[in-house]
Design a protein. Sequence first.
Length: 135
Amino acid sequence: MGRFTNKPSLTISNDGRSAIVIQGFRYDLGRKNSGMVVYIEPGMKTDGLTLPNAIGFLRPLVPRWAHIKAILVHDKLCYDRHCIELATKKRVPINQKEIDLEFYIALRALGVVKWRAKFYYIGVRLYQTMIVGRK
């Protein structure tokens, strides 16, 4: 299961719709000691958990800043489209399906119950394939 190195520190904007990472962290992808990591650096911007307007009514069930560590990992992987191999420091490409699966793994690493993590994962997969167009 994925592993986080420490707790991030964020500054949330006055309108509550975006945040900037003040203290970053490292996330170890997949299984323990996989050797693949992603670094969340200070200064990274995020909008938290994004919901399309059509399903905005679900906001009470999926708060924007809940499970922020997993959201930051997903955002970073979506932006970079790669992770880092620790042994060689090389960039390793990662596709959208793998990125979304890593989001699920990160949620589980945070202790999110399986059904809720699966709910979030399905939502992310639908959003990425139907709205963004990434498979």
